[in-house]
Ligand binder design. Structure first.
Ligand SMILES: NS(=O)(=O)c1c(F)c(F)c(S(=O)(=O)CCO)c(N[C@H]2CCCc3ccccc32)c1F
Ligand SMILES: [Zn+2]
Length: 263
């Protein structure tokens, strides 16, 4: 990992010491209080392009010590946002066997078992995510809540069945490309929108957040894999489980959360 953790000496209470933006006033994640959201009828449905035809190049799944991240081709892009945003990667946040709650955003104080983030950069203005990541209009992240369902989710199986191959930080595995649209909920019309930040250091306030209202479902055994297989440590040192990779909810301050639907 890159020096920071979620707990302990380099835990989230101390991130600001090394990453000053983490102490900013427009930080993520947040608790979305539906009684305070503002309905904005001009918010259009999110339109992923190229998510269902990712090409024949495989994806790379990496244990980066903080999450399981999947590289995505820049042929995947989002329409329906103020600019054209191209996909860079997706990753997950989850709890542990001891703490089932593992989403970063909360809905009326409720934490879901896990949350998917798909990170995109503003391709109208920047050449890649590393140029875009610190700019106020640089990034757009889609957030999807997970619920427990009765059966395995075949789309998430593309990622979850590979976790045994990336148990340790730094390990990667090639994943045959699959339809990424199926990782999102059916309904892309109903979502919350607010301006915030990366939820990990360096916490740049560069993210236009879109958090879908409808969750996706994975099975209990699929969630258990996510909670138990990965280590945040590299092979050869005392292993530490990778879990609870969740930042506390941050103050909304003077920001407004918008909804694309009546709630
Ligand atoms: N929750 S979150 O804010 O969406 C979020 C994470 F939680 C998260 F762990 C990551 S990470 O896996 O890269 C590990 C630490 O940055 C990212 N990376 C983004 C932003 C940082 C630069 C960068 C460069 C290339 C690809 C992705 C990214 C992240 F955006
Ligand atoms: Zn994330």
């Amino acid at each position: 990992g890159s020096g920071w953790t979620y707990t302990g000496h380099h835990g989230q209470e101390n991130w600001t010491a090394s990453y000053p933006d983490c102490g900013g006033t427009a930080q993520s994640p947040i608790n979305i209080r539906t009684s305070n959201v503002s309905y904005d009828e001009t918010l259009p449905p999110i339109e992923p392009e190229g998510y269902n035809t990712p090409g024949d190049q495989p994806f790379t799944l990496t244990n980066n010590g903080h999450s399981a991240e999947l590289s995505l081709p820049s042929t995947m892009e989002l329409r329906g946002l103020p600019s054209t945003f191209k996909a860079a990667q997706l990753h997950l946040h989850w709890g542990s066997t001891d703490k089932q709650a593992g989403s970063e955003h909360r809905l009326n104080g409720e934490e879901f078992p896990a949350e998917l983030h798909i990170v995109h950069y503003n391709a109208d203005k920047y050449t890649d995510i590393n140029e875009a990541k610190s700019k106020p209009d640089g990034l757009a992240v889609l957030g999807v809540f997970f619920e427990i369902g009765a059966t395995d989710n075949p789309s998430y199986a593309n990622i979850l069945r590979q976790l045994d191959n990336i148990r340790y930080a730094g390990q990667t595995v090639s994943v045959p490309s699959f339809n990424v649209r199926h990782l999102l909920p059916e309904n892309l019309e109903d979502y919350f929108r607010y301006t915030g930040s990366l939820t990990t250091p360096p916490c740049y306030q560069s993210v236009l957040w879109t958090v879908f209202y409808h969750p996706v479902e994975i099975s209990r055994s699929q969630l258990e894999k996510l909670q138990t297989i990965l280590y945040s440590t590299e092979q050869g040192v005392t292993p530490e489980e990778l879990g609870n990779n969740v930042r506390e909810a941050q103050p909304l301050n003077s920001r407004t959360v918008y909804s694309s639907f009546h709630i």
